[in-house]
Design a protein around this ligand. Structure first.
Ligand SMILES: *Cc1c(COP(=O)(O)O)cnc(C)c1O
Length: 366
Protein backbone atom coordinates (compact mmCIF):
# COMPACT_ATOMS: atom_id res chain seq x y z
CA UNK A 1 0.00 0.00 0.00
CA UNK A 2 1.29 3.43 -0.96
CA UNK A 3 0.40 6.41 1.19
CA UNK A 4 1.52 9.60 -0.52
CA UNK A 5 2.25 12.62 1.64
CA UNK A 6 -0.72 14.47 0.11
CA UNK A 7 -3.57 13.59 -2.24
CA UNK A 8 -5.44 16.61 -3.56
CA UNK A 9 -6.97 14.62 -6.43
CA UNK A 10 -8.78 12.43 -3.88
CA UNK A 11 -9.93 15.50 -1.98
CA UNK A 12 -11.40 17.04 -5.13
CA UNK A 13 -13.01 13.76 -6.20
CA UNK A 14 -14.76 13.37 -2.81
CA UNK A 15 -16.22 16.90 -3.10
CA UNK A 16 -16.86 16.90 -6.83
CA UNK A 17 -20.66 17.43 -6.84
CA UNK A 18 -20.51 20.34 -4.36
CA UNK A 19 -17.57 21.94 -6.18
CA UNK A 20 -19.40 21.62 -9.50
CA UNK A 21 -22.45 23.33 -7.96
CA UNK A 22 -20.35 26.19 -6.64
CA UNK A 23 -18.74 26.74 -10.04
CA UNK A 24 -22.09 26.54 -11.82
CA UNK A 25 -23.53 29.17 -9.47
CA UNK A 26 -20.75 31.62 -10.30
CA UNK A 27 -20.84 30.96 -14.05
CA UNK A 28 -24.61 31.43 -14.03
CA UNK A 29 -24.29 34.83 -12.37
CA UNK A 30 -21.13 35.72 -14.33
CA UNK A 31 -19.91 38.24 -11.84
CA UNK A 32 -16.33 37.23 -11.14
CA UNK A 33 -14.78 39.82 -8.83
CA UNK A 34 -16.10 41.51 -5.64
CA UNK A 35 -19.60 40.05 -5.76
CA UNK A 36 -22.02 38.29 -3.46
CA UNK A 37 -20.04 35.03 -3.16
CA UNK A 38 -17.21 36.99 -1.56
CA UNK A 39 -19.57 38.83 0.78
CA UNK A 40 -21.18 35.57 1.83
CA UNK A 41 -17.86 33.87 2.49
CA UNK A 42 -16.42 36.86 4.34
CA UNK A 43 -19.41 36.96 6.70
CA UNK A 44 -19.26 33.20 7.34
CA UNK A 45 -15.50 33.14 7.87
CA UNK A 46 -15.53 36.11 10.26
CA UNK A 47 -18.23 34.35 12.29
CA UNK A 48 -16.18 31.15 12.25
CA UNK A 49 -13.13 32.96 13.64
CA UNK A 50 -15.20 34.79 16.25
CA UNK A 51 -14.47 38.30 14.93
CA UNK A 52 -16.59 40.90 13.17
CA UNK A 53 -14.74 41.28 9.84
CA UNK A 54 -13.05 39.16 7.20
CA UNK A 55 -11.62 40.76 4.08
CA UNK A 56 -10.80 38.36 1.23
CA UNK A 57 -7.46 38.90 -0.51
CA UNK A 58 -5.45 37.09 -3.17
CA UNK A 59 -3.13 35.01 -0.93
CA UNK A 60 -1.88 34.46 2.60
CA UNK A 61 1.25 36.41 1.76
CA UNK A 62 -0.87 39.38 0.67
CA UNK A 63 -3.03 38.99 3.78
CA UNK A 64 0.07 39.69 5.92
CA UNK A 65 0.98 42.68 3.75
CA UNK A 66 -2.53 44.14 3.72
CA UNK A 67 -2.91 43.59 7.48
CA UNK A 68 0.33 45.48 8.19
CA UNK A 69 -0.44 48.25 5.70
CA UNK A 70 -3.93 48.62 7.20
CA UNK A 71 -2.18 49.27 10.54
CA UNK A 72 -0.01 51.86 8.79
CA UNK A 73 3.12 49.76 9.31
CA UNK A 74 5.67 50.16 6.53
CA UNK A 75 9.08 51.63 5.70
CA UNK A 76 11.27 52.23 8.75
CA UNK A 77 9.21 49.88 10.92
CA UNK A 78 10.43 46.55 12.25
CA UNK A 79 8.20 43.49 12.46
CA UNK A 80 9.26 40.46 14.50
CA UNK A 81 8.37 36.95 13.36
CA UNK A 82 9.41 33.33 13.94
CA UNK A 83 12.74 32.13 12.55
CA UNK A 84 11.29 28.75 11.50
CA UNK A 85 8.40 30.09 9.41
CA UNK A 86 8.16 29.57 5.69
CA UNK A 87 9.51 32.34 3.48
CA UNK A 88 6.09 33.84 2.54
CA UNK A 89 5.67 35.30 6.05
CA UNK A 90 8.82 37.32 5.47
CA UNK A 91 7.77 38.20 1.92
CA UNK A 92 4.47 39.52 3.30
CA UNK A 93 6.29 41.76 5.78
CA UNK A 94 8.71 43.10 3.14
CA UNK A 95 5.89 43.72 0.63
CA UNK A 96 4.49 46.17 3.20
CA UNK A 97 7.84 47.96 3.15
CA UNK A 98 8.66 46.94 6.73
CA UNK A 99 11.82 45.22 7.97
CA UNK A 100 11.47 41.59 9.11
CA UNK A 101 13.30 40.65 12.32
CA UNK A 102 13.57 36.97 13.24
CA UNK A 103 13.22 35.60 16.75
CA UNK A 104 13.80 32.05 17.93
CA UNK A 105 11.13 29.55 18.93
CA UNK A 106 10.20 27.36 21.86
CA UNK A 107 11.89 23.95 21.49
CA UNK A 108 8.75 21.97 22.32
CA UNK A 109 6.05 23.75 20.30
CA UNK A 110 8.28 25.43 17.69
CA UNK A 111 6.24 28.63 18.03
CA UNK A 112 7.64 32.05 19.02
CA UNK A 113 9.60 32.18 22.26
CA UNK A 114 8.53 35.38 24.08
CA UNK A 115 11.96 35.73 25.76
CA UNK A 116 13.70 35.76 22.41
CA UNK A 117 11.13 38.22 21.01
CA UNK A 118 12.03 40.56 23.88
CA UNK A 119 15.72 40.23 22.94
CA UNK A 120 15.11 41.67 19.47
CA UNK A 121 12.62 44.46 20.31
CA UNK A 122 13.99 47.93 19.43
CA UNK A 123 12.55 51.44 19.33
CA UNK A 124 11.58 50.79 15.71
CA UNK A 125 9.56 47.62 16.44
CA UNK A 126 5.87 48.06 15.60
CA UNK A 127 4.42 44.56 15.38
CA UNK A 128 4.90 40.90 16.27
CA UNK A 129 3.73 38.25 13.80
CA UNK A 130 3.35 34.98 15.72
CA UNK A 131 3.17 32.05 13.30
CA UNK A 132 0.81 29.31 14.48
CA UNK A 133 3.05 26.74 12.89
CA UNK A 134 1.82 23.24 11.97
CA UNK A 135 -1.68 24.02 13.31
CA UNK A 136 -1.01 24.95 16.92
CA UNK A 137 -1.42 28.52 18.18
CA UNK A 138 1.49 30.39 19.67
CA UNK A 139 1.42 31.01 23.45
CA UNK A 140 -0.31 34.39 23.05
CA UNK A 141 -0.63 35.61 26.67
CA UNK A 142 3.08 36.44 27.24
CA UNK A 143 3.33 37.99 23.77
CA UNK A 144 0.26 40.12 24.44
CA UNK A 145 1.90 41.35 27.68
CA UNK A 146 5.11 42.13 25.82
CA UNK A 147 3.18 43.91 23.07
CA UNK A 148 1.30 46.00 25.63
CA UNK A 149 4.53 46.90 27.45
CA UNK A 150 6.23 48.10 24.25
CA UNK A 151 3.19 49.50 22.39
CA UNK A 152 3.27 46.82 19.67
CA UNK A 153 0.45 45.12 17.80
CA UNK A 154 -0.02 41.38 17.32
CA UNK A 155 -0.70 40.25 13.74
CA UNK A 156 -1.32 36.49 13.70
CA UNK A 157 -0.09 34.35 10.81
CA UNK A 158 -2.93 31.79 10.77
CA UNK A 159 -2.06 30.21 7.41
CA UNK A 160 -1.71 26.79 9.10
CA UNK A 161 -4.24 27.22 11.89
CA UNK A 162 -7.83 27.45 10.60
CA UNK A 163 -9.94 26.40 13.58
CA UNK A 164 -7.06 26.06 16.06
CA UNK A 165 -7.84 27.33 19.57
CA UNK A 166 -6.07 29.06 22.42
CA UNK A 167 -7.90 29.05 25.79
CA UNK A 168 -11.18 28.47 23.96
CA UNK A 169 -10.70 31.27 21.41
CA UNK A 170 -10.08 30.57 17.75
CA UNK A 171 -6.96 31.54 15.83
CA UNK A 172 -7.72 34.81 14.09
CA UNK A 173 -9.26 36.35 17.21
CA UNK A 174 -6.09 36.37 19.36
CA UNK A 175 -4.41 39.58 18.17
CA UNK A 176 -5.43 42.91 16.65
CA UNK A 177 -5.58 41.44 13.16
CA UNK A 178 -4.82 38.08 11.55
CA UNK A 179 -3.81 36.73 8.16
CA UNK A 180 -5.13 33.48 6.67
CA UNK A 181 -4.11 31.59 3.52
CA UNK A 182 -6.44 29.38 1.49
CA UNK A 183 -3.64 27.82 -0.56
CA UNK A 184 -4.99 24.43 -1.76
CA UNK A 185 -3.12 22.32 0.82
CA UNK A 186 -4.17 24.30 3.90
CA UNK A 187 -6.81 22.95 6.33
CA UNK A 188 -9.29 25.17 4.46
CA UNK A 189 -8.05 25.41 0.89
CA UNK A 190 -9.32 26.98 -2.33
CA UNK A 191 -8.73 25.57 -5.81
CA UNK A 192 -6.02 28.14 -6.37
CA UNK A 193 -4.66 31.04 -4.36
CA UNK A 194 -6.61 32.96 -1.75
CA UNK A 195 -6.33 34.60 1.65
CA UNK A 196 -8.15 36.73 4.20
CA UNK A 197 -7.46 39.47 6.72
CA UNK A 198 -9.65 39.05 9.81
CA UNK A 199 -10.13 41.53 12.61
CA UNK A 200 -12.51 42.95 15.19
CA UNK A 201 -11.24 46.46 14.47
CA UNK A 202 -13.68 48.36 12.22
CA UNK A 203 -11.05 50.86 11.07
CA UNK A 204 -8.48 48.21 10.16
CA UNK A 205 -11.12 46.21 8.25
CA UNK A 206 -12.19 49.31 6.33
CA UNK A 207 -8.60 50.15 5.38
CA UNK A 208 -7.91 46.55 4.35
CA UNK A 209 -10.98 46.64 2.09
CA UNK A 210 -9.68 49.78 0.40
CA UNK A 211 -6.08 48.58 0.15
CA UNK A 212 -6.99 45.33 -1.64
CA UNK A 213 -8.81 47.25 -4.36
CA UNK A 214 -6.48 50.07 -5.49
CA UNK A 215 -7.45 52.23 -2.50
CA UNK A 216 -10.72 52.97 -4.26
CA UNK A 217 -13.56 54.16 -2.04
CA UNK A 218 -16.16 55.18 -4.60
CA UNK A 219 -15.76 54.46 -8.27
CA UNK A 220 -12.68 56.39 -9.50
CA UNK A 221 -12.09 57.95 -6.09
CA UNK A 222 -8.79 56.70 -4.63
CA UNK A 223 -8.27 57.62 -0.98
CA UNK A 224 -5.29 55.34 -0.27
CA UNK A 225 -2.39 53.95 -2.30
CA UNK A 226 -3.45 50.35 -2.49
CA UNK A 227 -2.88 47.28 -4.62
CA UNK A 228 -4.86 44.66 -6.49
CA UNK A 229 -5.34 41.72 -4.14
CA UNK A 230 -8.83 40.24 -4.20
CA UNK A 231 -10.35 36.84 -3.49
CA UNK A 232 -12.32 36.08 -6.65
CA UNK A 233 -15.90 34.81 -6.78
CA UNK A 234 -15.01 31.28 -7.89
CA UNK A 235 -12.63 30.80 -4.96
CA UNK A 236 -15.07 32.40 -2.51
CA UNK A 237 -17.85 30.04 -3.70
CA UNK A 238 -15.56 27.02 -3.27
CA UNK A 239 -14.53 28.19 0.20
CA UNK A 240 -18.18 28.72 1.26
CA UNK A 241 -18.89 25.15 0.20
CA UNK A 242 -15.96 23.81 2.21
CA UNK A 243 -16.16 25.93 5.39
CA UNK A 244 -19.03 23.94 7.00
CA UNK A 245 -16.86 20.81 6.65
CA UNK A 246 -13.76 22.30 8.31
CA UNK A 247 -14.57 21.29 11.91
CA UNK A 248 -15.15 17.69 10.88
CA UNK A 249 -11.91 17.63 8.92
CA UNK A 250 -9.98 19.09 11.85
CA UNK A 251 -11.54 16.49 14.16
CA UNK A 252 -10.39 13.74 11.79
CA UNK A 253 -6.89 15.23 11.71
CA UNK A 254 -6.81 15.14 15.52
CA UNK A 255 -7.95 11.49 15.55
CA UNK A 256 -5.18 10.51 13.16
CA UNK A 257 -2.64 12.48 15.21
CA UNK A 258 -3.75 10.62 18.33
CA UNK A 259 -3.29 7.30 16.53
CA UNK A 260 0.24 8.23 15.38
CA UNK A 261 1.06 9.43 18.89
CA UNK A 262 0.00 6.05 20.30
CA UNK A 263 2.05 4.15 17.73
CA UNK A 264 5.16 6.20 18.53
CA UNK A 265 4.85 6.30 22.32
CA UNK A 266 8.13 5.29 23.96
CA UNK A 267 10.10 5.29 20.71
CA UNK A 268 13.12 7.39 19.71
CA UNK A 269 10.85 9.61 17.60
CA UNK A 270 9.64 12.83 19.26
CA UNK A 271 5.95 13.43 18.58
CA UNK A 272 4.29 16.87 18.44
CA UNK A 273 3.64 18.54 21.79
CA UNK A 274 0.10 19.86 22.22
CA UNK A 275 0.52 22.51 24.90
CA UNK A 276 -2.11 22.84 27.66
CA UNK A 277 -5.01 25.16 26.78
CA UNK A 278 -4.42 24.81 23.06
CA UNK A 279 -6.32 22.88 20.42
CA UNK A 280 -3.93 21.74 17.71
CA UNK A 281 -5.50 21.21 14.26
CA UNK A 282 -2.52 19.32 12.81
CA UNK A 283 -2.11 21.12 9.51
CA UNK A 284 1.12 19.12 9.62
CA UNK A 285 2.11 16.23 11.87
CA UNK A 286 5.77 16.94 12.48
CA UNK A 287 8.01 14.52 14.37
CA UNK A 288 11.69 14.87 15.24
CA UNK A 289 14.20 12.12 14.55
CA UNK A 290 17.95 12.01 15.13
CA UNK A 291 18.75 10.55 11.68
CA UNK A 292 16.26 12.08 9.28
CA UNK A 293 17.74 10.74 6.07
CA UNK A 294 17.61 7.13 7.29
CA UNK A 295 14.11 7.55 8.71
CA UNK A 296 12.74 9.06 5.52
CA UNK A 297 14.25 6.40 3.32
CA UNK A 298 12.92 3.61 5.59
CA UNK A 299 9.43 5.09 5.17
CA UNK A 300 9.85 5.67 1.48
CA UNK A 301 10.95 2.06 0.91
CA UNK A 302 7.66 0.94 2.43
CA UNK A 303 5.59 3.37 0.37
CA UNK A 304 5.00 6.12 2.94
CA UNK A 305 5.60 9.65 1.67
CA UNK A 306 7.08 12.36 3.89
CA UNK A 307 8.07 16.03 3.57
CA UNK A 308 10.09 18.58 5.57
CA UNK A 309 8.63 21.90 6.74
CA UNK A 310 11.12 23.51 6.47
CA UNK A 311 14.59 22.17 5.73
CA UNK A 312 16.37 25.56 5.67
CA UNK A 313 15.44 28.39 8.07
CA UNK A 314 14.79 31.76 6.43
CA UNK A 315 18.10 33.33 7.51
CA UNK A 316 20.05 30.40 6.01
CA UNK A 317 18.48 31.00 2.59
CA UNK A 318 20.72 32.79 0.08
CA UNK A 319 18.21 35.63 -0.35
CA UNK A 320 17.87 36.32 3.40
CA UNK A 321 21.35 35.62 4.80
CA UNK A 322 21.44 39.19 6.18
CA UNK A 323 18.52 38.55 8.58
CA UNK A 324 20.59 36.77 11.24
CA UNK A 325 24.01 35.24 11.80
CA UNK A 326 24.37 31.46 11.47
CA UNK A 327 23.87 29.95 14.93
CA UNK A 328 22.02 33.00 16.30
CA UNK A 329 18.64 31.27 16.11
CA UNK A 330 19.82 27.95 17.45
CA UNK A 331 16.49 26.30 18.34
CA UNK A 332 15.08 26.87 14.86
CA UNK A 333 18.33 25.75 13.26
CA UNK A 334 18.56 22.53 15.29
CA UNK A 335 14.91 21.69 14.59
CA UNK A 336 15.34 22.21 10.86
CA UNK A 337 17.74 19.26 10.76
CA UNK A 338 15.49 16.80 12.60
CA UNK A 339 11.90 17.55 11.61
CA UNK A 340 9.84 15.31 9.31
CA UNK A 341 6.18 15.68 8.34
CA UNK A 342 4.15 12.46 8.11
CA UNK A 343 1.10 12.02 5.84
CA UNK A 344 -1.87 13.47 7.70
CA UNK A 345 -4.98 14.86 6.07
CA UNK A 346 -8.70 14.40 6.57
CA UNK A 347 -9.19 12.13 3.54
CA UNK A 348 -6.86 9.33 4.69
CA UNK A 349 -8.66 6.00 5.13
CA UNK A 350 -8.39 4.05 8.40
CA UNK A 351 -6.33 1.42 6.57
CA UNK A 352 -3.87 4.07 5.39
CA UNK A 353 -3.58 5.52 8.88
CA UNK A 354 -2.86 2.05 10.29
CA UNK A 355 -0.27 1.45 7.61
CA UNK A 356 1.54 4.71 8.35
CA UNK A 357 1.37 4.03 12.11
CA UNK A 358 2.91 0.57 11.64
CA UNK A 359 5.65 1.66 9.23
CA UNK A 360 6.62 4.67 11.33
CA UNK A 361 6.66 2.62 14.55
CA UNK A 362 8.96 0.07 12.90
CA UNK A 363 11.30 2.75 11.59
CA UNK A 364 11.41 4.34 15.07
CA UNK A 365 12.54 1.11 16.70
CA UNK A 366 15.50 0.41 14.42
C1 LIG B 1 1.06 29.06 3.36
C2 LIG B 1 1.67 29.99 4.31
C3 LIG B 1 1.80 31.36 4.02
C4 LIG B 1 1.55 31.95 2.68
O1 LIG B 1 0.33 31.75 2.12
P1 LIG B 1 0.13 31.87 0.54
O2 LIG B 1 -1.35 31.82 0.40
O3 LIG B 1 0.84 30.71 -0.08
O4 LIG B 1 0.69 33.19 0.12
C5 LIG B 1 2.27 32.20 5.03
N1 LIG B 1 2.62 31.72 6.23
C6 LIG B 1 2.53 30.41 6.53
C7 LIG B 1 2.91 29.96 7.90
C8 LIG B 1 2.07 29.50 5.58
O5 LIG B 1 1.99 28.20 5.88
Amino acid sequence: MHVPFLDLARHVELLRPQLDDAYARVLERSRFVLGEELERFEAAFARYCGVSHAVGVASGTDAITVALAALDIGPGDEVITAANTCVPTVVGIEQAGATPILADVDPRTLTLDPADVERVVTTRTRAIVPVHLYGQTTDIAPLADLAAAHGLVLVEDCAQAHGAEYRGRRAGSLGRVAAFSFYPTKNLGALGDGGAVVTDDDGVAERARLLRNYGEQERFEHVLRGRNSRLDELQAAILSTKLPLLNGWNERRRQIAARYGEALAGSATTTPHEAPGRRHVYHLYVVRVPDRAAFRSALSERGVGTAVHYPVPVHRQPAYADLARPGELSVAEAASEEIVSLPLHADLTDAEVERVAEVVADASRT
